[in-house]
Design a protein around this ligand. Structure first.
Ligand SMILES: *Cc1c(COP(=O)(O)O)cnc(C)c1O
Length: 406
């Protein structure tokens, strides 16, 4: 008899976005003709940079000719892209990362979701609350948690984020083995300072733990004193993996290209105490289960590093950051406490009421969609996330409407 993986039954139905969709269609049915402005979902709205499109087209043409056609590429990604990433994103910032430590993939969602399978089932995991749900759910699926109740899975160390800690977790008192961090943060928009990140690197070194650092929003950092990579912190090469994506940086959410950084000096232990290289383990996993990102997409991603590409990507992220600044300014002037939006495309707003109630108020009275914080974890209750991914004119209109109802 075919049986299921029963750990899937522990998963909480991801009712967040389906519930939002349901409430939007109910509202739309009751008010046909009313224009809704969506500042909910974390998806970009602007087209790919011109430099990426040119490189993309050129690579497609190469695939059309006998002389330049390419079949399977290296699973880890083409050297032209891995070398650019290592040089530009890391070495240029003083971070000692080599091309053979970069693994190109089709998304940071898959990478942050898949990485857990190279670790033992019995490790202790620390996960922030609120959180990007992928980190938690993939560990539930793997069987690393007990059952769910009261907003909590048994067996997970939750790092509660709140105003007191500025939405930046501190290393826990207890010993954990695997730590998920994401900065600039989705959903809160919070950023981490170098000293705070150093405390985590030191904790990991002392406890033989590993940090998984999701830097998908690195391109939105505007404050030069903030770390863009965990490898700017001394000692991180021994205790941290980093995940990046072209999705939010360069509008690749529908094109798909990302990468994981797995330094050769990162080690983990077998039960007999023997050390193993995580780079070798991940290489084995990646080459066995993944067959590479398409050649034209990798050429398009490479173009992000050209002079034109760089300027165009800056233009893209600046556009969203202008939205974020407007949202932050208007919500603050209406008396809401906000965090994020200065180095991230998300603004986390203290709703001063139940997060679904505030969601309903904004939808029904202003026709504006946000994301209720409670959907990202128990500690998100009482907050909403407003996303800067929309057209500036729509953001202006949304802020005008919210002003009118508050
Ligand atoms: C959007 C996002 C990603 C990127 O996902 P892709 O699969 O590369 O599109 C990764 N982490 C977080 C926290 C995100 O919000």
């Amino acid at each position: 008899m075919i049986k299921i993986n029963e750990h899937y039954l522990k998963l909480q139905s991801s009712y967040l976005f389906s519930e939002i969709a349901k409430r939007i269609s109910a509202f739309q049915a009751a008010h046909p003709g009313r224009k809704i402005i969506k500042l909910g979902i974390g998806d970009v709205t602007r087209p790919l940079p011109e430099a990426c499109i040119e490189a993309f087209h050129k690579a497609v043409d190469e695939m059309a000719s006998m002389e330049t056609f390419r079949g399977y590429g290296p699973e880890q990604g083409y050297a032209f892209l891995r070398e650019k990433i290592a040089a530009e994103d890391f070495q240029a910032r003083g971070a000692d990362i080599g091309a053979d430590e970069i693994f190109i993939s089709d998304g940071a969602k898959c990478d942050t979701g898949n990485i857990q399978e190279i670790f033992d089932i019995d490790i202790t995991i620390a996960i922030p609350d609120p959180v990007y749900p992928v980190y938690l759910d993939t560990n539930v699926m793997a069987g690393r948690t007990g059952n769910y109740g009261n907003g909590r899975y048994d067996g997970i160390v939750y790092m509660e984020l709140n105003r007191e800690n500025g939405f930046v977790p501190e290393p826990p008192r207890e010993k954990v083995d695997l730590i998920y961090l994401c900065f600039p943060n989705n959903p809160t928009g919070a950023v981490i300072k170098k000293e705070q990140l150093r405390a985590w690197v030191d904790y990991a070194a002392q406890n033989k733990a590993l940090i998984l650092y999701d830097a998908a929003y690195e391109a939105f950092i505007r404050d030069d004193s903030l770390p863009r990579s965990i490898y700017e912190i001394e000692g991180a090469r021994e205790v941290a993996l980093e995940f990046r994506s072209f999705s939010k940086t360069a509008g690749f959410t529908g094109t798909r290209c990302a990468f994981a950084v797995v330094p050769k000096s990162c080690r983990a232990f077998a039960k007999n105490g023997q050390e193993h290289s995580l780079n070798a383990l991940w290489n084995r996993r990646h080459t066995t289960k993944f067959n590479g990102v398409s050649y034209p997409v990798q050429r398009a991603a490479e173009a992000v590093y050209s002079a034109e590409g760089r300027a165009q990507v800056k233009g893209l992220t600046d556009y969203y950051m202008k939205n974020a600044a407007l949202i932050g300014k208007e919500m603050t002037s209406l008396g809401f406490e906000c965090i994020g939006g200065e180095n991230s495309p998300y603004i986390w707003v203290d709703a001063k009421m139940d997060s679904w109630a505030f969601f309903d108020t904004l939808l029904e009275e202003a026709g504006v969609v946000c994301t209720p914080g409670a959907g990202f974890g128990k500690c998100g209750e009482g907050f909403i996330r407003i996303s800067a991914f929309n057209h500036y004119e729509n953001v202006e209109e949304a802020m005008r409407r919210i002003k009118n109802i508050i």
